[in-house]
Design a protein around this ligand. Structure first.
Ligand code: NAP
Length: 228
């Protein structure tokens, strides 16, 4: 071997071939209880897809939310099926059962690691999308620093939301890492839909018709809404 050593201080030779930057597969992971899914979630996901040039957005309904009384949340199979119905017409959207099928509490870091592993050959970049109110609590989540290190966190805000409160709550260093997405249809809320359904009030145009029919046919969110 006759490897020539360059003289100390000599300029480094440019590589003979330009190194091609490897394309990343940009995956949005839309985390939520989706109790139920509505147009606010769907529009936020689509706006995130366009703004961050995502190749795919995977909706991940929580299984057993670690921070919630499970009696207050509709069964995971109903929430999963409603999410499938709502997303079926968008070719970029998928729904994952990963948190529903995983035993124990649904920790977002396990979900992020699952998708990093699943798409490892495609050089994935993960964009974790959720509501700002949920993201404001992120530092209390399991292995929060690992989440912030392994993915871009996108926080969708309701119209008129004061992001200064989020800055104060998260602290400047963490707040700077979060991408804020002004989601135009997030005036719609799952809580409002549940309350309207229980009171027998209309929920039309707040969510896809297929989901509305599913809720009414299965009597989810109150007997008042049950059909037949
Ligand atoms: P939540 O407390 O029910 O929701 C907080 C707010 O964010 C609500 O206003 C909600 O509106 C909105 N929101 C929730 N998901 C959204 C989404 N994908 N896009 C836009 N707005 C959304 O929060 P959650 O749904 O239970 O949890 C959100 C995510 O955080 C889930 O993926 C959950 O697993 C994760 N999380 C993880 C941990 C952990 O790892 N330890 C702890 C807490 C939460 P609507 O009510 O209208 O949806």
């Amino acid at each position: 071997m006759n490897k020539k050593k360059s003289a100390p201080g000599a300029p480094k030779l440019a590589p003979s071939r330009k190194s091609k930057a490897r394309k990343t597969f940009r995956v949005g992971v839309m985390g939520g209880t989706f109790n139920p899914i509505h147009y606010g979630h769907l529009l936020a996901a689509e706006q995130a897809r366009c703004k961050f040039k995502l190749d795919r957005v995977i909706f991940v309904p929580t299984g057993d939310p670690p921070h919630k009384d499970s009696d207050a949340v509709a069964p995971s199979e109903h929430r999963y099926l409603m999410t499938v119905l709502a997303t079926s017409t968008n070719p970029y959207f998928r729904v994952s059962r990963v948190e529903i099928d995983r035993k124990g509490p649904s920790y977002s870091i396990d979900t992020i690691n699952h998708f990093l592993e699943k798409y490892t050959t495609l050089n994935p970049s993960i964009y974790f999308i959720s509501g700002l109110d949920a993201v404001m609590e992120i530092m209390t989540w399991s292995r929060a620093p690992e989440i912030l290190e392994k993915c871009v966190v996108i926080a969708a805000t309701r119209p008129g939301y004061d992001t200064e409160r989020a800055r104060e709550c998260l602290g400047e260093r963490v707040f700077r890492k979060i991408k804020i997405l002004k989601a135009s249809a997030l005036a719609i809320s799952s809580t409002d839909i549940r309350e309207r359904t229980a009171a027998g009030q209309p929920i039309k145009y707040l969510l896809p018709e297929s989901v509305e029919q599913y809720i009414l046919n299965h009597g989810i969110y109150g007997e008042a809404a049950k059909r037949g």
